[in-house]
Design a protein around this ligand. Structure first.
Ligand code: ACO
Length: 359
């Protein structure tokens, strides 16, 4: 589905470099590419977009369920629960029927941004805003958040960010998705499991922590001292390092370009200067060990400029990544085998049971 060269910093979806996709494509086109392996024709894309518009509208029962969630919950917890709830109100998926599988995968991709936006409104004590058939996935998310027509630059920037987050080989959450799928589960349960894996700070949860981290650094001059204190306490710097990339993550490079374009249009933020200095300091100290900015380093700066809450950054990652999860879910069901990793047992064997009085 995708290819990474961790030394050269290359990422391709189905053979297409992400630089080309983010410059020329749309999230919907990329979702199709991931699901079906080829770029769509204009007729295919039109029909796909119409399908997404139809499937984007959550049922009234699902809206009521999300509205009943405790507002003390993290938006990722709400999303994990929302996707499980989506399975409760959707037609049963027939894993032997291609049309049934396609519809279920498309429903997850279409409705996830609406569910994320809905919980944001619940937290703000606001009413549900229904999605519109004439808006893209990215524009609909912004519309459902604010109930206002989003600016072109905001929709376009978010659309690019969604493309850059849509798929990334066998990362922890995609692996979780495939494990759940392999027990012959539908995409609602599989994606709900994957979102749980994405939530953690070592994976998708790093993006909100990057912004919190930048907020605690008192300007560019404080960066070196801040880093020394981190290194002293052996704490990790969020937004740096990757299991596969040993150079700057190509998604970070693209998100940085996106951030700069946005700042040109809407004005910069002092946090960007702090981020640049932090990249310089961390790279000088840890670059030799292959530790460079990852995808989460610049995304938060983009989302903050779009006026989004810090703890909704990871759900935005998720609403893009469900395209990848669903493509993997389809692939898993082309020739399913139950995941059951072997283990090496190193404990004791054949012990005699001791009654409680003798322990
Ligand atoms: N800051 C400081 N040191 C680091 C960092 C970092 N961000 N990342 C790795 N290191 C150091 C570790 O402390 C360790 O040092 P040691 O050998 O002296 O003990 C060494 O590099 C190896 O670290 P691991 O965590 O074992 O390496 P791994 O390949 O598992 O790292 C990971 C990948 C988990 C992403 C790590 O770099 C990290 O925790 N980064 C911070 C969290 C983050 O930004 N996560 C988002 C990743 S992108 C994504 O999932 C969407």
């Amino acid at each position: 589905m995708s290819f990474i060269d961790g030394q050269a910093g290359v990422l391709e979806y189905r053979g297409y470099p992400i630089e080309d996709l983010s410059a020329h494509s749309t999230f919907e086109e990329v979702a199709w590419l991931l699901l079906y392996g080829e770029l769509p024709s204009s007729a295919e894309l039109e029909a796909f977009e119409a399908d997404l518009a139809r499937l984007r509208v959550p049922s009234p029962t699902l809206v009521k369920m999300v509205q009943a969630f405790p507002v003390t919950g993290h938006p990722m917890q709400a999303l994990q629960a929302s996707l499980a709830a989506l399975g409760m109100v959707s037609p049963k998926v027939d894993l032997r029927d291609a049309a049934s599988k396609d519809e279920a995968a498309r429903r997850v991709i279409a409705v996830t941004p609406v569910l994320v936006a809905l919980f944001e409104r619940v937290r703000a004590g606001k009413e549900y805003v229904a999605p519109r058939a004439d808006l893209s996935t990215a524009a609909n998310f912004l519309w459902c958040l604010d109930g206002e027509e989003p600016a072109e630059i905001a929709s376009k920037t978010l659309d690019c960010a969604l493309i850059l987050h849509a798929e990334h080989t066998m990362n922890a959450s995609t692996f979780a998705c495939r494990v759940v799928a392999s027990t012959e589960n539908d995409p609602y349960t599989s994606c709900s499991g994957a979102v749980g894996a994405l939530f953690g700070p070592l994976h998708g949860g790093a993006n909100e922590r990057v912004l919190n981290q930048l907020s605690t650094i008192d300007g560019v001059d404080a960066v070196e001292g801040w880093y020394e204190a981190k290194a002293e306490s052996k704490s990790k710097v969020m937004g740096f390092g990757h299991r596969v990339y040993k150079t700057k993550d190509p998604r970070a490079k693209n998100l940085q370009v996106l951030a700069v374009k946005l700042f040109d249009e809407l004005g910069s933020t002092p946090k960007y200067d702090v981020a640049l200095k932090l990249e310089e300091v961390v790279t000088a100290k840890l670059g030799g060990r292959g530790i460079y900015p990852n995808v989460d380093f610049f995304s938060g700066l983009v989302y903050e400029k779009l006026g989004l809450n810090t703890d909704v950054f990871t759900p935005i990652f998720a609403m893009a990544r469900v395209a990848g999860y669903c493509a993997h879910w389809l692939e898993q069901h082309e020739d399913n085998k139950l995941f059951r990793p072997a283990q090496i047992y190193v404990g004791q064997r054949e012990r005699s049971y001791a009654p409680m009085s003798e322990r």
